[in-house]
Design a protein around this ligand. Structure first.
Ligand code: GLN
Length: 617
């Protein structure tokens, strides 16, 4: 699917807003005491809402819960649209530090979101857009824009009804457009960030209470996700914290219809009875969501507990179920689950040479992309997270990469750890260690090659040495005009990548045109492309029209797997559609580690898997 020519598009605050959004409000909306704007053509009752609110504490996996439940309904043929509502004032997650907040997940349309959107995309195997993510900053920004535009006709602008009204408008707009091809959704799944009682998300909970009232009975289902304590000193589960948490939600005027209890061990009936008693929820709508071996078991566990049927009944959705579609989806998922539980006979170690070595969340999608390959290639993969800022010499690198069967050099910003990354690329290139470079890792591969093969010792990126005589990596043309505007100047979102026939990249993708997601400010300086190519660094993925280099590789005779991408391949890996470049890396690492052990079988499995991926994409 070719895109419009936005080869060097960068984002700005205005672009980040949905231009249609503000035009949906009509002047008559503001005159009423009760401000409840609806988009034109909105049909009340067409779309139902499932709202997941955390109690007791955050970090319970609201996103995993909500996406697993949405998956069950999607599998039944319903159109589902998830939305994450964040309490923070940032407009998006682009400026958040991955060390504090986990990775920044980039959507097709270029919005930089929280890593939870990655969970939704992976579990639902569905691409999302800016409509699926809202922050308090966006809501207030919209209102302040309208206030300056004079939309409020002399009224004072208030939290209720204006802020809550704007939240409802977002939800209804998603209801109308969040389904396939921009059509209506059957169910919108709302995840409210934080927990009930947080100061900053209170207006979302109030807006959702109003929404449920306005949409009418059987339109909205509130799920309280709570936590059951099990102190080691007592050796039994205690329900009090959960009771208090749910009560806090009820104080906001929200009566949950369903309660999901997160816990380490299966929640006892006694505890569930107690919780039900204090919160007016019958036992058949209280579920034990205890820890499982894998998050991929959660959808089946929910189905076994009857959670999907309860939701269908509460929202009167039984008549929208497509049984044929459900059978088909369940067959696909059970094939995936049986691969997941199959004993893994081979083990490899992959080094991730980053700078947030202590936090897996900072590279969450890489972790998942590798996991997907392990499932498809029937391999146990140990990820070794390493901080390259401590690597100062070839000897340091050789020492830490002892016993490592392949490396990933991930994306990143800023100087710290960069020279260590270059040393790692050099080690991988010269010792034929399978290598996958991502974004900054791609740029480092170019610089390493320029320094060590072309012999230009001071080759660099202008990000790290603005005055370098050999700027092999330099700013995007638009970025040069936008200096100093942090978070407003990157090439973001999905772009087409033309893959060179006969290349390793084509072998992996089984396609000549692919779409991948970008998030960068710098790129290969076009004047050096020829020199690099002549010396053996092939650019096998390019922008279809412009001299923007997007995939590089060494030829098969030079190296078993030396490939890097200017984009972020980890963002498009899905459980049943592993990402081809990751598959190439892991397969090559497996073959390196187990050369004698049925390499042919491995290769054919890898080829089949990448063919399946290509067919599904
Ligand atoms: N810092 C580099 C750039 O801006 C790489 C970005 C990244 O790895 N996401 O181009």
């Amino acid at each position: 699917m070719p895109s419009k020519d936005n080869s060097h598009q960068t984002s700005s605050l205005n672009q980040q807003k949905d231009s249609n959004f503000l035009s949906q409000f009509s002047a008559s909306d503001e005159q009423k005491e009760w401000f409840s704007p609806t988009p034109k053509g909105y049909q009340k009752g067409r779309t139902k809402f499932v709202v997941v609110i955390g109690t007791v504490m955050s970090g319970l996996g609201k996103g995993i819960f909500s996406s697993s439940l949405a998956k069950l309904l999607k599998d039944k043929g319903l159109a589902v649209a998830p939305i994450k509502m964040e309490g923070y004032l940032n407009i998006d997650s682009g400026t958040l530090n991955p060390f504090r907040h986990g990775e920044v997940f980039v959507l097709e349309d270029g919005l930089e979101t929280d890593m939870d959107l990655g969970t939704y995309e992976r579990i639902l195997e569905q691409n999302l857009s800016r409509r699926n993510f809202v922050t308090a900053g966006q809501i207030y920004g919209d209102i302040l824009d309208r206030e300056r535009r004079g939309d409020f006709l002399g009224r004072d602008v208030q939290m209720i009804p204006h802020v809550t009204g704007t939240v409802k408008m977002h939800l209804r707009q998603l209801a109308m457009t969040g389904g396939p091809n921009g059509g209506p959704a059957d169910v919108v799944f709302v995840e409210v960030g934080g927990t009930a009682g947080d100061y900053e998300n209170g207006f979302y909970i109030e807006a959702l209470r109003e929404l449920a009232f306005e949409e009418g009975p059987e339109s909205t289902c509130f799920v309280a996700l709570t936590y059951i304590l099990e102190p080691a000193t007592l050796g039994e589960q205690k329900s009090k914290a959960a009771q208090l948490g749910i009560k806090r939600l009820m104080e906001c005027g929200v009566q949950p219809q369903v309660i999901a209890c997160r816990a380490t061990n299966p929640v006892t009936e006694k505890v569930m009875q107690k919780i039900g008693m204090f919160s007016n929820v019958p036992l058949n709508r209280i579920f034990s969501m205890h820890d499982r071996e894998s998050i991929y078991f959660i959808p089946d566990a929910m189905r076994e507990a009857g959670l999907d049927r309860e939701i269908l009944s509460l929202l009167q959705l039984h008549n929208r179920v497509n049984a044929g579609k459900e059978d088909q989806s369940r067959r696909k998922w059970s094939e995936f689950s049986s691969r997941l539980v199959a004993p893994r006979s081979r083990r490899v170690t992959i080094g991730v040479m980053g700078k947030y070595a202590s936090l897996r969340d900072a590279y969450a999608s890489i972790d998942k992309a590798v996991e997907h390959c392990g499932i498809w290639l029937n391999a146990s993969i140990d990820l070794k997270w390493m901080d390259t800022s401590t690597l100062e010499s070839k000897a340091d690198v050789a020492a830490v990469l002892q016993g490592v069967d392949g490396i990933i050099v991930p994306g990143g910003f800023g100087q710290r750890g960069v020279e260590g990354k270059i040393l790692c690329v050099e080690y991988a290139r010269t010792t034929r260690l399978p290598f996958l470079g991502i974004c900054l890792g791609f740029q480092m591969a170019v610089i390493e090659f320029a320094r060590n093969v072309l012999g230009l010792a001071n080759a660099n990126s202008t990000e790290f040495d603005p005055k370098t005589a050999h700027a092999f990596i330099s700013e995007l043309p638009d970025q040069k005009k936008l200096e100093g505007i942090v978070g407003a100047s990157m090439r973001l979102g999905a772009q087409d990548v033309a893959i060179e026939p006969g290349s390793f990249a084509e072998h992996l993708y089984k396609a000549r045109m692919v779409r991948e997601r970008f998030r960068h400010r710098y790129e290969v300086e076009p004047q050096y492309i020829d020199a690099l190519s002549k010396a053996g660094l092939h650019f096998s993925g390019r922008h279809p029209k412009h001299p923007i280099m997007q995939v590089l590789e060494l030829s098969a005779s030079e190296h078993p797997c030396f490939v890097a991408a200017q984009f972020h391949p980890e963002l498009t890996s899905r459980p049943t559609m592993p990402q081809p470049l990751f598959m190439g890396l892991i397969a090559a690492a497996l073959i390196r580690k187990h050369p004698q052990a049925a390499a042919d079988e491995l290769i054919s499995r890898w080829l089949n898997a990448s063919a399946a991926t290509a067919a599904a994409r």
